[in-house]
Each structure stands twice: as structure tokens, then as C-alpha cells.
Design a protein around this ligand. Structure first.
Ligand code: MRU
Length: 372
């Protein structure tokens, strides 16, 4: 994997709408990912030329956010196919489609295993793998169809986010103060964002929007990424420490909470960044609507409740240190769950591209998933 300082001018889905920055760029041979471990101190891209590069970038969170890791992994599958094709041509051997499919299946397992909570990752990888399996013809035909499918996933993500934005913005008053957690913005998607897509659409409708961004320890997606991308777009954003959320609600400063999601179970339980559940409890205590903005591909009807959602545990160093600076005593015991599950009973509505879904979510989610 190499690094480049070049500015991203074009996302995989064309111009990155609603934001001057983009998380992913496909150039036909390689995938450029904005290194989100460095934002906002450095705007630097890592260049992935193999599926292993992409897996490493997802694991290390150079690319993160459920839809973005899905799109990146889709291109990871394309890179795996290109690698297979190139090695065959170099060896002068006939390209065997069965061998390609076997190799793709291994790459798929490796990519899916990088982060367990966001279902979008598995959804995107399986979508590209399915196309590969269903294409009859040569290896070159398969590769071509895979490139088209990865491109479709990327383009659709931006369109879906724009629809989520419009549906969500209609729920908001003309003057509104929104609390958000983590980063569910352009950087977490191919473009525009889910929770921040709602913010962008509301601003575009002429609403007066103020965003409070939780800093989101330990990885600081709120302070590093949400604050950065909203400032880039000139949207009013105020940064708070995670533990200030309840106080601001008590002070009447928050009208609504809007967050993204990594996986939504059939009953409406929502896995999202650690700390989301605490916010939902606080919102209920203060009578504040708690909205989840997510594409339908984040819904996992195969899981009856959030108890079945795998929660990723990340390394202790994320908690004991900030960047290179160690804060905690060496050797202290740490637990670092990266996500939590908010019970459906605390969710006011789920904003999707197919409309705003209300409780009972078991019914509304199933209907929305079946309405394609
Ligand atoms: O660990 P991360 O940064 O990948 O977690 C991201 C989140 O929890 C987001 O809220 C979620 O993926 C939705 S992004 C549109």
C-alpha cells in the first residue's frame, strides 16, 4: 500500500455531492482511500492495489463507517479478481473461471472478517461475489461485471443517502438543534452521509440547523471527522465531550438526536458506535426524539434482535492513548467495545431511503425491506 498527498477530486460515484471531500476513489486499477486515521491533521490517501491492502485499511480504520467499508470491500473484491487475472497472464496459463471463483470466495471471507458489526460489509462483498458467480464467460467477462457492480454499489449509496436526507429533513423544524454521535457523514459513506445527509438536506431546504457533535471517544470520529466535514461545508457545528450530552439536553439545547447505524435487527434494535445507547436513554429521559438514519442494506432481517449482533472489541491502545500520547498507566486493564445496541423501544423512528419507519419496527422494517 502506498500513500499519496493528492487531493481527492472525484469519488467513485462521480463528484462527491454535498461535501468537498470523499472517502473513496476508484481509478480503474486501484482504490484510493482517504486515510481517516490522519484527518484532520493530514489529508492523505492510501492507494490499495490488492484485496489485502483493502482488508488492512478497513481493519485499521483508514476507511470506516458502515457504507464506506462496504463500498471499499466491493472494490477489494475487484482487486482480488484483477490480481488473479494478472498472475495468470504473467504465468502464461489459461485462466480458469472455477479457480477465479474459488480465489474470490477466499478473498470474500477475509474481507468480511475485518470488522464484524457493520452488515453493509458482508452485504456488499456478497453482492459482488454473486455477480461473479452468475456471469458466464471468461475471467475477463467476470472482472468487467464485478467492476460494474462495485460502481453500482458506490453510486447507489450516494443516491440512497440523498433520499434519506430528504425524508429525514422533513421531520425537522425550520430552526433545529441536532445532536449527533460518531461520524455518519460523507466520510462514513461514498458521499453525502446518512445522519449528516439529513443535516445537509435540511440546510439545503433553508432550515436553520445547528449541530452538536459528540467527540466520540476513543477513536474521536466526532471531533476529527464530523467537525471537519461540517466545517468544510460551512455548516454550524459545535463540538462537545461525550459526557456533556445529558447536560445540554437538560439545558434545552438539543431538539433531536440523529445517529447512523451499523446493523439493525428485525425487531428494530440498532447497533451503532459505542455511546449511542447512552444517548438514547438520555433522549428518552428528556423527551427528545431519537432518530436513526440508515440505508435498507443496514437492516439484517436474519437476526431477530440486537442480542445476536456481533460487537467488535478493539485494542486497548485506543483507550489508553490518544494518537502517540499514552494517557493511562501502563498495564491497566481495558475493555473497548466499539459498538453498542440501542433497544428498539428507545428509537423514535428509522429514516431510510424508502421513507421514515415507525414502531412497531418488526412490521415496518419487514415491509420496507420487501418494498424494493
Ligand atoms: O467504527 P466506525 O467509525 O466504523 O463506526 C461508524 C459508526 O458507528 C457509524 O455511525 C455507522 O457506521 C453509520 S455510518 C453512515
Amino acid at each position: 500500500m502506498t500513500k499519496t498527498q493528492a487531493q481527492c477530486v472525484r469519488s467513485v460515484a462521480g463528484d462527491s455531492p454535498g461535501s468537498r471531500i470523499c472517502a473513496l476513489e476508484w481509478d480503474g486499477q486501484s482504490l484510493r482511500l482517504l486515510d481517516q486515521t490522519q484527518v484532520p491533521y493530514k489529508i492523505e490517501y492510501v492507494v490499495c492495489t490488492t484485496d489485502d491492502d483493502v482488508a488492512e485499511a478497513i481493519q485499521s480504520m483508514q476507511v470506516r463507517g458502515a457504507p464506506a467499508i462496504g463500498a471499499a470491500a466491493a472494490y477489494g473484491m475487484v482487486l482480488a479478481a484483477l490480481k488473479f487475472q494478472k498472475s495468470g497472464i504473467e504465468a502464461g496459463s489459461a485462466l480458469d473461471t472455477d479457480a477465479l471463483l474459488r480465489s474470490l470466495s477466499e478473498s470474500a471471507d477475509r474481507l468480511i472478517a475485518t470488522r464484524p458489526t457493520a452488515v453493509n460489509l458482508r452485504w456488499a462483498v456478497e453482492r459482488v461475489l454473486k455477480v461473479a458467480r452468475e456471469t458466464s464467460g471468461t475471467c475477463a467477462d467476470i472482472v468487467e461485471r464485478m467492476i460494474d457492480e462495485a460502481g453500482a454499489i458506490a453510486r447507489e449509496d450516494v443516491e440512497v443517502n440523498r433520499s434519506i436526507g430528504v425524508h429525514g429533513a422533513r421531520l425537522l423544524a425550520d430552526e433545529v438543534s441536532i445532536l449527533t454521535h460518531c461520524n455518519a457523514g460523507a466520510l462514513a459513506t461514498v458521499g453525502y452521509g446518512t445522519a449528516l445527509g439529513v443535516v445537509r438536506a435540511a440546510v439545503a431546504m433553508g432550515k436553520r440547523v445547528r449541530v452538536y457533535a459528540d467527540e466520540t471517544r476513543p477513536f474521536l470520529q466526532g471531533s476529527r471527522l464530523t467537525a471537519f466535514e461540517l466545517m468544510q461545508d460551512g455548516i454550524d457545528v459545535t463540538l462537545i465531550v461525550d459526557s456533556a450530552a445529558g447536560y445540554l439536553m437538560q439545558q434545552g439545547k438539543i431538539d433531536v438526536v440523529i445517529v447512523g447505524a451499523d446493523r439493525i435487527a428485525a425487531n428494530g434494535d440498532v447497533a451503532n458506535k459505542i455511546g449511542t445507547y447512552s444517548l438514547a436513554c438520555l433522549a428518552r429521559q428528556h423527551g427528545i426524539p431519537f432518530y436513526v438514519a440508515a440505508p435498507i442494506c443496514t437492516v439484517d432481517l436474519s437476526l431477530s434482535s440486537g442480542d445476536e449482533i456481533p460487537i467488535e472489541e478493539r485494542g486497548a491502545e485506543e483507550v489508553t492513548s490518544i494518537g502517540d500520547k499514552q494517557l493511562a498507566p501502563s498495564g491497566v486493564r481495558v475493555v473497548n467495545p466499539s459498538f453498542d445496541v440501542t433497544p428498539a423501544s428507545l428509537v423514535s423512528a428509522i429514516i431510510t431511503e424508502r421513507g421514515v419507519l415507525y414502531p412497531p419496527f418488526a412490521t415496518s422494517l419487514k415491509a420496507a425491506c420487501e418494498s424494493a
